[in-house]
Design a protein around this ligand. Structure first.
Ligand code: ADP
Length: 490
């Protein structure tokens, strides 16, 4: 756990632990707090206000006031964009502090947290540019009429986010919402509330009007459910588990809220024998183990063509041996702990399932160290399509390798899932690559690369991996309502 090249980063100060409502920092109405921990040491690092329905009610009131006639609703679009640029710039200026806070709360290695925060600023810069470019159409309808559409903000949005990319998921949701002119009630995940609260402080400092962004830390079935059911909220944007999304869909139906969902996956990652195997092995390793395997789009079903299968598995075993686990504040660390005990237990359960179902654990499979929720990078070979480790989302550093020969059969197998978030293919043959990209049922397909994200490129799932898209223009559209205006010229 020592670094020779770059200094171990110091632990950041935790300043924001309360609800942020209408520009005020408030304890929960109930007075309750919950612990947030550092997953590498399991120590409690802060107690955070446990928001619930009463706090959500106040936050919705503040957000509605701004939306229905407050300063925000009167601000012209270019000025809104200017404030967003300032927010993005201020986040960039505080990026080192924010990255350290992310590492403290989530456990991800500091080098990864720095990458996340730079994407946060990039996403907000990107959407700042959209604020004054949201236009409708003029439509040539029959008769003597002028017909045009306006794209108006959808209203007050409830945004519920997970713990795997806490700051980045906040940015993905704030960016389009603010650009469109919406106001926000956000609930960060109970495991990782700290960076979202810090971002709210930065938004306040740059002059985003009070009540535009409200943050209620707390639990899903209480604070989260209160957001979902609130009649003053027009849209829910959710990222998390499929099972939670189904509850939300049912509960939000009562008030006919607009909904976007970004859920889980069991993404097929396909390596053909003609691929550049050095690049493919690096890519397949990264596709699964990045962020401790806690990615909704993780390449967790690795299909390798039989001719190169054994050699490829050997390469992956070597890479796992060289992976550096340890103190996430050490810039040399590549893999930190899982986020909490529950995730750790779930992953170890799946390692057992893999063994019980007859797969060969050829690397890892154990806890790493005796403190913190570390899991060794784990590799299963000899996996068949029906095993639990090939069907369920594990959300940890457990990779399943499946063999294939026949390409048509491969497409059928890749699509044999209820998910459809992402897929990737590694080959030097462009025909094979494009054919696979067209045939696979997934919202994102990477060719000879993995996890390439950009604020301008839409992301979201087919089937049970989600509803709607985030990022890009498609992500913005989900925060607007279209209004048709018809004027008689008679
Ligand atoms: P994960 O397994 O990634 O924690 P969840 O779907 O449980 O996925 O959590 C994602 C987010 O959804 C978190 O902010 C969590 O608090 C919230 N959440 C959980 N249950 C509910 C619910 N019933 N209603 C609204 N939000 C919820």
């Amino acid at each position: 756990m020592s670094s020779t090249v770059e200094q171990i980063v110091s632990r950041p100060q935790i300043r924001e632990t309360q609800c942020f409502i209408g520009g005020k920092w408030l304890p929960a109405a109930s007075g309750k707090v919950f612990d947030t921990i550092h997953p590498a040491t399991e120590e409690v690092i802060a107690q955070v206000a446990e928001g619930d329905k009463e706090d959500v009610d106040l936050a919705v009131e503040a957000a509605r006031d701004q939306f229905d006639g407050g300063e925000w609703s009167r601000l012209n679009a270019r000025e809104r964009g200017r404030l967003m640029y300032q927010l993005a710039d201020a986040i960039e200026a505080e990026s080192e502090e924010l990255a350290a806070l992310e590492t403290f709360d989530n456990g991800k290695p500091i080098s990864d947290a720095r990458g996340d925060i730079s994407l946060v600023a990039d996403c907000l810069h990107y959407y700042a540019g959209w604020a004054d470019k949201i236009q409708g159409d003029t439509i040539p309808i029959n008769g003597e009429y002028l017909c045009y559409t306006r794209r108006e903000p959808v209203g007050v949005v409830g945004q519920i986010i997970p713990w795997n990319f806490p700051a980045l998921m906040a940015a993905w949701k704030w960016g389009p919402a603010l650009a469109a002119g919406c106001t926000i009630v956000m609930k960060p995940a109970e495991q990782t509330p700290l960076t979202c609260l810090r971002m709210a402080r930065i938004a306040q400092n740059v002059g985003i009007p009070d009540g535009v962004i409200n943050v209620i830390p707390g639990y899903g079935p209480t604070a989260g459910a209160a957001i979902v059911k609130h009649p003053g909220i027009d849209k829910i944007a959710f990222t998390g588990e499929l099972a939670t999304a189904k509850i939300i869909q049912r509960e939000a139906a009562e008030t006919m809220k607009r909904m976007t969902f970004e859920l889980g996956g069991k993404s097929p990652n396909v390596v053909f024998a003609d691929a550049d195997l050095d690049v493919a092995a690096e890519g397949a390793h990264f596709a699964l183990y990045f962020n401790q395997g806690q990615c909704c789009c993780a390449g967790s079903r690795l299909f390798v063509e039989e001719k190169v299968h054994d050699e490829f598995v050997d390469r992956l075993i070597e890479k796992n041996k060289g992976r550096r686990l340890g103190d996430p504040f050490d810039p040399q660390t590549e893999q930190g702990p899982q986020v909490d005990q529950a995730q750790f237990d779930k992953i170890m359960q799946y390692v057992d399932y893999g063994k019980q179902d007859g797969a060969q654990c050829v690397s890892g499979g154990q806890r790493f160290g005796d403190q913190g929720y570390f899991v060794e990078p784990t590799l299963f070979a000899g996996v068949s399509d029906d095993m639990r480790i090939a069907r369920d989302e594990i959300f940890g550093p457990v990779l399943s390798v499946l063999k294939f020969n026949d390409v048509d059969e491969l497409v059928r197998r890749a699509n044999d899932t209820n998910f459809g978030l992402a897929a990737a293919v590694w080959t030097r043959d462009i025909t094979k690559a494009h054919r696979f990209a067209a045939q696979v049922r997934a919202g994102t397909v990477w060719v000879n690369c993995y996890d390439v994200f950009d604020a301008a490129a839409p992301f979201g799932g087919f089937q049970q991996s989600g509803l709607g898209r985030e990022l890009g223009e498609a992500g913005l559209a989900a925060y607007t309502e279209s209004k048709t205006v018809t004027v008689s010229l008679g």
